[in-house]
Design a protein around this ligand. Structure first.
Ligand SMILES: Cc1cc2nc3c(=O)[nH]c(=O)nc-3n(C[C@H](O)[C@H](O)[C@H](O)COP(=O)(O)O)c2cc1C
Length: 184
């Protein structure tokens, strides 16, 4: 049931990942799901950069160095997480958004479409027993120094992925949907 797939999806963090690899076919199936997200004026603004192996190491180095140089309220714990977390993931997908050059729709709609693509990926990964989460660290604003980005392309975060052992904890929400809904 789709409702079960939705409610059992969890954010699964690098500390929970085991060292099992994720195959190219699995990654492709997750990306294919992203491509079915809805999009206003068919701009299909999501762009992804898949990092594995050495690319993950380079990303870890860049994130840690950039955080040390430009990050706010430096913390040694956070610095170490920037260094270590990418290496714990079997694969990291940088989540990017390509602004429509003609700006035919507002930017928020492009971001919304990209977020819907990420939700598709997250649900797909979840059904494949691949743990994942969307990380949006402060240093993502500097990602154009790491990736070759097109004009109008912006990094919105990283989709960390890894396999895990055992079962995931039950999810919870602070308030029920009834408190967030007005019926007219
Ligand atoms: C746009 C977005 C950005 C997020 N950024 C972070 C992040 O930087 N760090 C983090 O720990 N979790 C991040 N998350 C994951 C949320 O913390 C997680 O989804 C939330 O705690 C709810 O848990 P659940 O996904 O298991 O239901 C992000 C989620 C979204 C949608």
């Amino acid at each position: 049931m789709i409702s079960e797939i939705i409610s059992s999806r969890r954010a699964v963090y690098p500390a929970q990942y085991n060292s099992d690899p994720i195959s190219k076919e699995e990654i492709q199936a997750i990306l294919e799901a992203a491509n079915w997200a809805p999009t206003h004026r068919r701009t299909e603004p999501w762009r992804f950069k898949v990092l594995q192996g050495d690319a993950k190491k380079k990303l870890a180095g860049f994130l840690a160095k950039t955080y040390k140089e430009k990050g706010e309220n430096f913390s040694e714990v956070k610095y170490r997480k920037y260094q270590e977390n990418p290496l714990k993931a079997a694969c990291i997908i940088a989540i990017c958004m390509q602004r429509d050059p003609s700006e035919s729709i507002p930017e928020w709609e492009e971001i919304a479409s990209t977020a819907m693509a990420v939700q598709n990926m997250w649900l797909m990964a979840s059904t494949m027993r691949i743990g994942s989460y969307w990380g949006s660290p402060g240093v993502i604003k500097y990602m154009n120094e790491f990736f070759e980005m097109e004009d109008g392309e912006r990094c919105l975060g990283f989709f960390y992925m890894g396999k895990y052992n055992g079962e995931l904890p039950e999810g919870h929400r602070k308030t029920p949907i009834s408190e967030k809904t007005t019926w007219l």
